[in-house]
Write a protein that binds this ligand. Sequence first.
Ligand code: ATP
Ligand code: MG
Length: 460
Amino acid sequence: MALLTKAPRGTADILPNETNKIQYLEQTFAVIAGMFGYREIRTPVFEHTELFQRSVGETTDVVQKEMYTFTDNGGRSITLRPEGTAGAARALLEHGLSSDAMPQKLYYTTSCYRYEKPQAGRLREFHQFGVECFGAESPKADAEVISLAKQVFDEFGVKGLSLQINSIGCPTCRKAYYDALKAYFNEHLDALCDTCKGRLEKNPMRILDCKSPVCAEIAGGAPVILDYLCDDCSAHFAGVKKELDTLEIDYTVNPRIVRGLDYYTRTVFEFVSDAIGAQGTVCGGGRYDGLIEELGGKALPALGFGMGVERLKLLMENTDCFFPAPPQCDIFVLCADAASEEMVTLLTADLRGRLIAAERDLCGRSLKAQMKYAGKIGAAFTVVIGEKELESGEVSLKYMQTGETLAVPLKNFVDVFSEMVDQAFDEWANDFAGEEAPLPPEPALRVIDGGKGKKRPPLS
Ligand code: ATP
Ligand code: MG
């Protein structure tokens, strides 16, 4: 039975009290990516297995150990996407976007699947914010992509991240480097893990990214690519650093970063935190100038990053970053007696028609129990509708936080309340029986402006 009531290992449900946080992250990311000229792309959750073998690379951990691959009923080998770049690159080629004006700037929010050992910050289903910039070779593009990621972190108020950059060159400079690596690792051949033994001839740089502690220690003494860069790659890397300096973005050159996917060339970078344990890389990216050609297209420079949404959220929680309050009920329409049910239905529907978060009882509760419930769900206001109100034509609007009330004619109620909601809350509070404006912005109203306590924009 546990199989029916327990999600698969390495997956996580996002419950209603957490989804608003994720929505806030997604919306903010979309806005910032949009400001940099990126437009959203959505690609399928599964692709032909060959796509990832070809792009991510046969000798990577992802392809060798982590992919969710299965044969579908038509006998095709299908893989759940382990990352977002391959699908975006495939779509670019399939739909001829590569012949549009360059650069093509695409962003995505996507789920990814990797069969890994689950731990804090490492899941089997996780999510990435990503950007892909196709068609720009200039180091300015590298710095711009890095600055986009940085602006996302800055907007969220994330502190203490270190940006580490490196250049891993191009196939030209890698020839000599591979020889040097092979010579070095051959001296330590016996100690390497079996996977790395197999990588030595085909792709010795992959050994630098192995997670096994023994391999990692050996890799620590290996020659570094920066000493082998060709003139073009050196100049490109110098250009990236200069542009970062101009943008006043701090970075450290870490010659040990190689990234886990084969398609990288030249610039690679990571944003690393020490506030979320061992899985500290919150964002990783770089350039992959050979990818499009590898997939059968004309050579096209490309670069981008993937940002781990779960790691970002964890980091923000661990460092007390701001998250907006979950949306709450603006007004609960309380029903005092059976005779008033219809009016409650109509009034609630009218309020909702004005885009006000209005609720009413659906469980046959007594008036007292309805009031308690309204308090529990954090309704900002309540209004009682009963025979008395129907007769007098006047209702009493109650502000729950202070208990203050305001008499409003029933027939104007929706107009009056909607007006209040559309006004800045302090203005409304001044109108409130001529008293001072003692009230903080409403939780429910705050959500609409992203929770920063600014005025709610008019809804229409
Ligand atoms: P790591 O070295 O931590 O395995 P990676 O190099 O495999 O990371 P990328 O493929 O570059 O990661 O993915 C980009 C980002 O996605 C990472 O920086 C990380 O924030 C996030 N990420 C990668 N794998 C996972 C996972 N299994 N669970 C949660 N987040 C992940
Ligand atoms: Mg990994």
